[in-house]
Design a protein around this ligand. Structure first.
Ligand code: EPZ
Length: 416
């Protein structure tokens, strides 16, 4: 497993370009199955999770070619409908391919995605949605088999605005018969991007960005090219990297509309933000002020930036409280931050963070993607050297992280 070695104490300054969104690219790559033809994608981030998705598309018969800054995916020869178990385990979000396979071929087979380090990650809402669309579900030996004569549009209400379940129901129903009305749907920008992509292919989907989505089934979807939206979680991560080092960082190729809660919280913490159409510049004080954060479904504060803000607030002035309302155990990274001198106490869904100036470099281990990113953020200001192990988690979701941080003045290197 590779690791990062970071010497803390460098004030970050300069510009960093935000890459395409991981959480928009993954469902859109799955959706390319629906047109049984070619799709050309631009601004696809070159990260492990996207490579895994390409691997699965190739294993079921698709073709993926990279040409300069574009990816061409040809799904005309897809002929298998089972998602390989080892790839399901490697990336649970590959369950999104099930919706696309069912939507196109009316069948799919996959194993339970299994939990990960932020919680049990059930898929009961996905399954209930599929059943409402007339899909027969058979479960045996940990495998789930889906079959349907026809996909029939229906009224579906989600118990919780699940991002994955919303995406899977849209993918399964856009080539179906009749109309599906999905209520209490998730409103994340990545879902809007997926719907924009599908409508450009000829789908008839209304309500993107709202909690009521109407999908009118169509017969066919055409070949198109599409530009993936910028990654709002990566954008927030680099703004916090600037904030924690008391620096001055400008992020480009970003969409400020997608990160209003982050901008609002950074201003509350005493940072100055200059917001333009596609750029945001942060000018940070030496130490941020303590603030309280509650993670919520979009447009609330995103759970994916919870750990990254905890790292920032661990160095702030005063005591902050973070409440994690989305996943049941998304604080595994806290014990690693505390090894660096952070003073964080976890009580059920709350993390009580007593800000301190005494953050020391240490030998720490990434527990998951965003937890690992929090360790990198903390290491930027730790006294001395920090060694972060298991960074493959981090490389799943951040493109060229060490190059981008080095470009801002961080002292970071990667060792195999
Ligand atoms: C997506 O995961 C993102 N992943 C996650 O980002 C993100 O944290 C999450 O949405 C919430 O915004 C991708 O888009 C690939 P959910 P997803 O279904 O779809 C419960 C990252 O770091 N639930 O909205 O799995 C679930 O247990 C990743 O980039 C059910 O109970 O999230 C959780 O508590 C991490 N039953 C809550 O809903 C279900 O059938 C939110 O899950 C589905 C979900």
């Amino acid at each position: 497993m590779s690791k990062f070695i970071i010497q803390g104490g460098k004030r970050l300054e300069g510009e960093v370009k935000i890459s395409g969104s991981k959480n928009a690219a993954l469902p859109i790559i799955a959706a390319t199955i629906l047109n049984s033809g070619k799709t050309t994608l631009y601004n696809v981030p070159n990260i492990q999770d996207v490579q895994t998705m390409f691997e699965i598309v190739k294993q079921i018969g698709g073709k993926v070619t990279k040409k300069n800054n574009k990816i061409i995916i040809d799904t005309s020869k897809v002929h298998k409908y089972e998602i390989p178990e080892e790839l399901m385990r490697k990336m649970r979000s590959s369950v999104i391919l099930a919706g696309a396979l069912i939507g196109k071929y009316k069948k799919a087979k996959f194993s339970y995605p299994g939990g990960c380090d932020i919680g049990s990650r059930p898929i009961d809402l996905h399954i209930k949605g599929f059943e409402k669309l007339g899909i027969q579900i058979r479960e045996d030996h940990g495998k789930i088999e889906c079959n349907a004569e026809e996909i029939i549009g229906n009224q579906i209400n989600l118990d919780f605005p699940s991002v994955g379940a919303t995406e899977n129901i849209i993918l399964a129903s856009c080539l179906g018969k009749g109309t599906t009305i999905l209520t209490n749907a998730a409103k994340e920008p990545e879902i809007e991007d997926l719907i924009k992509y599908l409508n450009k292919m000829g789908a008839k989907i209304k309500g993107a960005g709202t909690d009521r989505i109407e999908i009118i089934g169509v017969k066919k979807l055409s070949e198109i090219s599409y530009n993936i939206m910028p990654d709002r979680i990566e954008a927030g991560t680099y703004l916090v990297a600037g904030a924690i080092t008391g620096g001055r960082v400008k992020i480009t190729n970003a969409n400020p509309m997608h990160i209003e809660p982050i901008i609002n919280k950074l201003e509350e913490a005493n940072c100055k933000l200059n917001v333009e159409k596609n750029t945001i510049e942060i000018i940070a004080p030496k130490r941020v002020k303590a603030i309280d954060i509650k993670t919520m479904p979009y447009p609330g504060f995103p759970t994916d930036l919870q750990s990254i803000f905890a790292a920032l607030l661990a160095t702030g002035k005063g005591t902050s409280v973070i409440t994690e309302n989305i996943f049941e155990s998304r604080y595994k990274y806290v014990q690693e931050l505390n090894r660096m001198g952070a003073k964080i106490k976890v009580e059920c869904r709350n993390a009580i963070i007593k800000g301190t100036k005494k953050i020391q470099g240490a030998n720490v281990v990434s527990t998951d993607l965003r937890g690992g990113a929090a360790l990198v953020i903390e290491a930027l200001v730790a006294k001395g050297e920090t060694q972060i192990n298991n960074i493959d988690y981090i490389l799943r979701g951040y493109e060229k992280m060490e190059e981008k941080l080095r470009q801002l003045g961080a002292d970071i290197r990667k060792e195999e």
